[in-house]
Unconditional design. Sequence first.
Lengths: 99, 356
Amino acid sequence: MHKLWSKILGFSSALFLLIPGMALAAGGGPVAPMVIVADTRKLSGIMAWWANLYNESHLYFTILTVVLIPVIGVIFGVVADIVMTHIGIDLKSRELAEH
Amino acid sequence: MDWLYILMPIAGVKIFWPGLIILGIGVGVIGGFFGMGGAWMVTPGLNILGFPMAFAIGTDIAHMAGKSLISTMRHGKFGNVDYKLGLIMLVGTVIGFEIGAQMIMWLERIGSVELVVRWLYILLLMLITYMVFGDVLKRRKKEKEAAAAGKELDKLATGLEWHKTFHKIKIPPMIHLEVAGIYCSAWLPIMVSFLTGWLAGILGIGGGLIRMPSLIYIVGCPTHVAVGTDLFEVMISGLYGAATYTYKGRTELVAAVIMLIGAAIGAQIGTVATKYIKGYGIRIAFGCAVIGCAISVALKLIPTYFPQSKAFCDVAATFFVLAVVSALSLYIMVKMIQGAKQEVAQKRKKAAAIAS
């Protein structure tokens, strides 16, 4: 059983790495051509840095985006948790046991 | 009022940022409650805020990954996520999605497939609606019959029981899914995820809308576990989708982060609401969401037969989707507030009783 799990996990990881063509084109429809160079002339501070990073390397930009999304998600999730707990809602158990 | 607009660094368009937060809250509530990404709701919303379509899709997927993570964390704590089932299904979903996406590209080379895809989508949504409401009616009938016999219907009883037939298939390896409370052949979730992934690939959608009812009616998951497990899958596929779209220069992270502020609140509301609403309440509301989605797709089909109605139908479809999002999130929010109020009042009562 342990071997089966290792195989399943290994196979799914390999698929993710080896199929660059897969993209969740949610909603479908025609797509516009990609932006090769972002216009940084009207930007300043962190926004300019972000656009420059995009212009310099799409790969680094992608890696940073994929890392930032879950990190920001976790931070916002934890903050929302704190607020909800402060209100007095039990966030650790659910009593309803219905299909 | 210039401060209400923010210049997007990559797309180069000025966007009304409070609109992004409101949209985030709406889809966060619905996504956390139903266990789906909700691309069919977000993409037109982002488009109406001024995003070009290419950025609307990529930004939606990026925000969807973050939002699903928040909801999965919460559902995980409630014990609603079957990680084993989610990981098994991931294999089938990826293979099925890729085959579906390749198939649609092959069909596109032969001729226009957009019309066929839209009709297929509508048929599928009609089937899901039939399943959901057929199940609800059948369960009500069982409840009435039990009441007539002077008995009470088992809490775990369902209307449609297709999953029981599928569980009779004993092709090894057999697996025990503890959280979902299912013992079945491993091929059942793999085949279901393959088919739902394949359909998602053909239709160009994330797949939560199809996977959630499939988990309930074919795999036999309790509603809450189906919602949580589906979100776990949406989270992983969303991250992958975000990576591919970002690499193609179609993601606006700034907008996704602003939406996440709203989605973090919304996802918590939607997820916590599942605490107070019974499994069948979720199913009925889900059925309404599916009808809303079907009507919006039908509105997009009308111009194919009546080209002069295109402008009207496009606007009507967008506003209809936004109206459905608003109505459903309002319903979920009200239920959540009512439930939370009751819970807090009960806790206070208990505390007062102990103190006296």
